[in-house]
Write a protein of this length. Structure first.
Length: 95
């Protein structure tokens, strides 16, 4: 990875962190309950994101193993199964 990509990645991570911190400060100006609600919402988003990342990693492994075997049907099945599982979990998390 070249230095320019690393620099852009670090800038994006810092920007995301700053935006989340700024939103927390804005909520703090509104009230204590709002900060608590905001914190719960942000943690819930983080949990669902980590579950999605785990599913993506597992799906990538399954697709890679099937591709290594030369099983294109297995590649398709593994990919669609991962998409369906992620969709079910995200729809469930939304309610």
């Amino acid at each position: 990875m070249n230095k320019n990509k690393i620099s852009k990645t670090i800038k994006a991570a810092l920007l995301g962190t700053c935006l989340f911190s700024a939103s927390l400060l804005i909520m703090g100006n509104i009230g204590v309950r709002e900060v608590a609600a905001h914190t719960i919402a942000i943690h819930w988003v983080g949990i669902t994101f980590m579950i999605s990342v785990g599913i993506a990693d597992a799906t990538c492994s399954r697709v890679g193993h099937a591709a290594g075997r030369g099983d294109m049907g297995g590649v398709r099945r593994a990919g669609w199964n991962g998409i369906q599982l992620a969709l079910i979990l995200m729809v469930g998390a939304a309610f």
